[in-house]
Each structure stands twice: as structure tokens, then as C-alpha cells.
Write a protein that binds this ligand. Structure first.
Ligand SMILES: NC(=O)c1ccc[n+]([C@@H]2O[C@H](COP(=O)([O-])OP(=O)(O)OC[C@H]3O[C@@H](n4cnc5c(N)ncnc54)[C@H](O)[C@@H]3O)[C@@H](O)[C@H]2O)c1
Length: 346
């Protein structure tokens, strides 16, 4: 937290997807800085109990593609928009490609149209590192590289969102910023069939099950603590140098999936070990490691949270909320760690 974020005090802010894993963390911090926050979320992958309760957070339940809902949340002319709502993520988009396009493509277009009509001070788009760089970019991943060989509809539509942002910036001068997240993890992400690897590993470890690894476990990811991503988003909303730009929000640290599994088993005290399942066809990225030099330069971003501390915070959140998490974790019927948990290590 920095004093410059006090500039959000009293500002009208719309957070789409504000009930989700990253959004719920963002709205909490914005509310604590005294912003007037409106969440637009349809709860397709979120739970009401996970939404922070503050007098300055207004929760509007609805779809970002629904004109009536958009009119409602733009009536107050939000000054800042953090557009985080998305159909999440890779495997989900393979199973439901049309829904993915509708929410991530059409939904982003609609938000940009309303942002342009009402005149916002900043439109921050939640982009995705895994959706831009493909699997042939040199490491560490830098913003200049872009792949045309994406492997899931989600990757295509998240990139489409960036392209729409560019169009609205160039044609209508909408002050957009595109923040490319890498493998967010932390308190607030509820495990489930289409969720990320860290909450799913913690869930199965707490149930005493072996952790399912797709592939050999040698693949790496750049896991980024949600608190660091929130700080990056807040800075992206305020720094003028960020306007029209895209940059990575990552940790600059590479972790092998097998090491992650062993760490989680050790912290939780799970003795069931790991098991391996075949690699998924779309999962072509053997290593993910991003540079955050550009974010450092433009917005002063710094990923400060050590991995072991981030993991411990996340596990502590699971322990505090275990009954609710167990009740609502969405896995395919009959899924167990041994057979069906297709983890989403994007
Ligand atoms: N979590 C990551 O590792 C990661 C990585 C890269 C990019 N991102 C992007 O960051 C954003 C937030 O991700 P997250 O991890 O918090 O995901 P999430 O699924 O927890 O949050 C998305 C939220 O959007 C809501 N939503 C979905 N469709 C909607 C619709 N049609 N109308 C209104 N609300 C809708 C969901 O209910 C959910 O609360 C997404 O845009 C995602 O693509 C996330």
C-alpha cells in the first residue's frame, strides 16, 4: 500500500468481476482507501460469501453483456474501470468456446463502448500473459513479443480484449491500460474444475489426496501473489505513463509444478504425495517466466511477496474458510484427485 493510492478516496470505481479471485482482493483495498466501488458480477464463478462487506461497496449482480445492467452501472459515470470479469479459463473455453467469446470478446467491447460514451479517466483491462506470448517466445517474456499460435479459445479472446483496448485508445482516445497477469494465486480463489493449480493442490492436500500433476511436473510457472497484482492494478489506474501501454504483472520467479506440489504437501502435512496424468493437448508451455522491467519503469511495480509467505497466507485462508470452500468447490461429479481434477496450470 502506498500513499498515492489515497487518490482513490471518494472516486467512483466500477470493478467488473469484482466478486472473483482477484476482484474480491481489489475491491477490498479500494474500499479501504475510501473509494466508492460498484461491482458488476454475475457470480458464474464466484461466491457471495467471498465478497468483502463494506458500506462503500455496491454489489450489482448481472452480466457484462446485458445492456440493462451496463446502463445501470454506468448511470453514475464511474471514473475508473477495472475490467476483470471473464469466462475463466483455458479448459473452460475448450468446453464452452461460444460462451467464452461472448463474455471475453463481446463483453469487453460493450464495456469499452460505455467507457467511451461516459468518458472515463482510466480503463484497466485484465489481460493474461499466457494469452499473448504463445510457447515460442524467448524467456524472460517481454511485452514486444506476441504469438499468433494460441492454443485455446480463452487465449484468443483475452488477446482480442487487448486488441479492442488498442482500437478504443487509438480511435476514441479512451485511456486504456492492459495489465498482463501471470498465474495469480492467493486468498480469495475458490478451488474448482476450471481453477488454477495452486488452490486445487491446496484443496486436494487438505483432503489428504495425492496431488494430480498433468505432464511430468517439470513445467514451470511464474506464480504471482494476488496482493502484488492488486498493487500493480492500483498503480496502473493512476500512473499517466501507463496509458495506452501493456505490461506484465508477474513475480519474475520460476517454480516447477513438482516443487509446488511438494511445498504444498509439506506445509499442509499431506502424506499422499503426487500422481501424474497425461499432459493436456492445449498445454504447450513448458516454461513461463516474465520480465516486469516495463511495469517497474512505468508504474513502479515490484512483486514483493516471497513465495513461501504467499503460499502460507493462502493456506491460512483455506483453513479459516474451509467449511464454505468445501461446500462450494466446483469439480465434475465424482471427481477425485486420482482421476478427474484437470488442474488449470495456465
Ligand atoms: N487468475 C489468474 O491467474 C489470471 C491470469 C491472467 C489473467 N487473469 C484475468 O484476470 C481476471 C480475473 O481473474 P480471476 O482469477 O479473478 O478469475 P475469476 O473467475 O475468479 O473472476 C472473474 C469474475 O468474473 C465474473 N464473471 C464471469 N462472467 C461474467 C459475466 N458475463 N458478467 C459478469 N461477471 C462475470 C465471475 O463470476 C468472477 O467473479 C480475468 O479477466 C482473467 O482472465 C487471471
Amino acid at each position: 500500500m502506498t500513499d498515492s493510492f489515497l487518490r482513490y478516496k471518494g472516486k467512483k470505481i466500477l470493478v467488473t468481476g469484482g466478486a472473483g479471485a482477484i476482484g474480491s482482493n481489489l475491491v477490498r483495498v479500494l474500499a479501504e482507501y475510501g473509494a466508492e466501488v460498484t461491482i458488476l458480477d454475475d457470480f458464474s464463478s464466484a461466491e457471495r460469501w467471498n465478497v468483502p462487506s463494506y458500506r462503500n461497496i455496491l454489489l450489482v449482480e448481472g452480466d457484462i453483456t446485458d445492456e440493462i445492467m451496463l446502463k445501470r452501472v454506468f448511470f453514475e459515470k464511474p471514473q475508473y474501470i477495472f475490467h476483470l470479469a471473464a469466462f475463466f479459463a483455458n479448459q473452460n473455453s475448450l468446453d464452452h468456446p461460444e460462451k467464452d467469446l461472448k463474455v471475453n470478446g463481446f463483453g469487453t467491447l460493450k464495456l469499452l463502448e460505455y467507457a467511451q460514451f461516459t468518458g472515463v479517466e482510466r480503463f484497466v483491462y485484465a489481460s493474461s500473459g499466457c494469452s499473448i506470448y504463445g510457447c515460442q517466445a524467448p524467456l524472460p517474456l517481454r511485452e514486444e513479443f506476441m504469438s499468433m499460435h494460441l492454443t485455446t479459445p480463452y487465449q484468443i479472446t483475452k488477446m482480442l480484449g487487448e486488441l479492442y483496448c488498442n482500437f478504443f485508445h487509438h480511435h476514441y482516445e479512451v485511456p486504456v491500460v492492459k495489465a498482463r497477469f501471470f498465474n495469480s494465486y492467493g486468498p480469495g480463489e475458490i478451488p474448482g474444475q476450471y481453477r488454477n493449480v495452486i488452490p486445487n493442490f491446496i484443496y486436494w492436500a487438505m483432503k489428504g489426496q495425492p496431488l494430480p500433476i498433468t505432464g511430468t511436473g517439470e513445467a514451470t510457472r511464474d506464480f504471482t501473489y494476488v496482493g502484488d497484482i492488486v498493487n500493480g492494478l492500483l498503480a496502473a489506474g493512476l500512473e499517466d505513463k501507463a496509458i495506452g501501454e501493456e505490461f506484465n504483472l508477474a513475480s519474475e520467479r520460476e517454480t516447477r509444478i513438482i516443487d509446488l506440489a511438494n511445498m504444498i504437501n509439506q506445509i499442509v502435512g499431506n502424506t499422499a504425495g503426487v500422481l501424474t496424468a497425461p499432459k493436456r493437448k492445449w498445454d504447450t508451455k513448458s516454461r513461463l517466466l516474465a520480465s516486469v522491467d516495463k511495469a517497474r519503469r512505468l508504474i513502479g511495480y515490484e512483486p514483493n511477496t516471497p513465495f513461501d509467505i504467499g503460499l502460507k497466507n493462502t493456506i491460512a485462508w483455506f483453513e479459516e474458510n474451509w467449511d464454505k470452500i468445501e461446500n462450494c468447490a466446483r469439480f465434475a461429479p465424482g471427481a477425485s484427485a486420482a482421476v478427474k481434477s484437470y488442474i488449470t496450470n495456465k
